[in-house]
Design a protein around this ligand. Structure first.
Ligand SMILES: *Cc1c(COP(=O)(O)O)cnc(C)c1O
Length: 355
């Protein structure tokens, strides 16, 4: 605290990201990063952008990330004016809160979901209503039908991994014609269906993507929003009132190359999905209940062993998983799907702790 702080800063409860340990070779299964490096084309594109001397860095980057947006738009079957690019999807979401979700009626989002949402709601003064998930951690579409200031949920949900079928997403979007429905698809590439296919039918639908998980670019900070051109224009108005150049040159080049190498993307996603199945079965064999996951993590609880204790014991062995000290889920662990070797190291340590 300091008397120099503004009122809003005094009251902020910042989001706490998963730990980025400073030790040499951690088994890092706590922040849903991809266990595989980005496409070799990404590395080549960064080198090409940099050149021998780095001369291009003298110049500001394209404020609108035009080439990147054209590439991504073509990939997902939209027009470039239906695509917004931001400095990580967290920043995209921040602009969404300010541009599209702040209204007289409360924004609705699930009680168990991405814990950045309540942080942004407080930061931007967006009134909100948290809606409990069903007991099996599924989102009940019936709870989101009509008369909200906006609706926001991840699909698949985080930290549960549960995916809502597309027909249910469409039902929510159709029932909220006077407010924006935001579907945060950070994990959609690991097996769920994308709501992007609904965009041309619904002017109130906004879909948010990131390169941080399925494209192995968490370190570059590139995220997108897809929707009707009028929604994208609102985001650009906020962007140009905040930071005109959210994506640096290397990030634009890297993300573009990642989208151009579709074969590599499909291969690594398929590997993660195969490892998720294997990890799920191994955890079940150890007595864990595992929520069916369509993401690159699993959400699991042991009927006997305390989750916080397990996470702390694993950390002593340089194995990091995520535990949330929150109502309803404080006996769960969220475990990112690593390589099979990383998963095996985690499972072996776990076997030792359960003895
Ligand atoms: C990881 C994550 C994000 C943030 O992604 P960045 O693009 O790295 O900022 C957004 N939403 C959900 C649900 C996530 O899990």
């Amino acid at each position: 605290m300091s008397r120099y702080w503004s009122d809003i800063v005094q009251q902020l409860v910042p989001y706490v990201p998963g730990e980025q340990p400073a030790i040499a070779r951690p088994i890092k299964l706590n922040t849903n990063e991809n266990p595989y490096p980005p496409s070799p084309r990404v590395v080549a594109a960064i080198a090409a952008e940099l050149g021998e001397t780095g001369d291009s860095l003298r110049r500001y980057p394209d404020p609108l990330s035009r080439r990147l947006r054209e590439t991504v738009a073509a990939q997902v079957g939209l027009k470039p004016e239906q695509v917004f690019a931001g400095n990580g999807s967290d920043e995209v979401l921040a602009h969404v809160f300010q541009a599209l979700l702040k209204h007289d009626k409360p924004l609705r989002f699930p009680d168990i979901s991405y814990s950045f949402y309540p942080t942004y709601a407080r930061l931007y003064g967006v009134q909100h209503e948290v809606v409990p998930l069903a007991d099996d951690f599924s989102i009940r579409a019936d709870d989101y039908l009509g008369d909200a200031g906006g609706v926001l949920f991840p699909n698949p949900n985080a930290p549960t991994g549960h995916a809502l079928p597309m027909a249910e997403v469409a039902r929510i979007v159709a029932a909220n014609p006077s407010s924006v429905v935001v579907v945060d698809e950070a994990y959609v590439d690991f097996g769920a269906e994308s709501a992007i296919a609904l965009i041309d039918r619904y002017p109130n639908l906004l879909v948010v993507h990131t390169t941080s998980k399925s494209r192995s670019l968490a370190g570059m900070r590139v995220g997108f929003a897809f929707g009707h051109a009028a929604l994208i224009e609102a985001l650009n108005r906020v962007k140009d009132s905040f930071n005109s150049y959210p994506l640096d040159r290397l990030a634009q080049a890297a993300a573009q190359a990642a989208y151009e190498d579709d074969a590599y993307f499909r291969t690594t996603c398929a590997r993660v999905v195969a490892s998720r199945v294997r990890l799920t079965q191994a955890l079940q064999a150890l007595g864990f209940e595992v929520v069916p996951s369509m993401a690159n993590f699993v959400f699991a609880r042991h009927p006997v062993h305390d989750a916080a204790t397990l996470a702390a014991r694993l950390k002593e062995q340089a194995i990091f998983v995520r535990h949330f000290k929150l109502a309803r889920i404080d006996q769960h662990l969220r475990i990112t799907v690593g390589t099979d070797d990383e998963c095996d190291a985690f499972l072996n340590a776990l076997r030792g702790l359960l003895k």
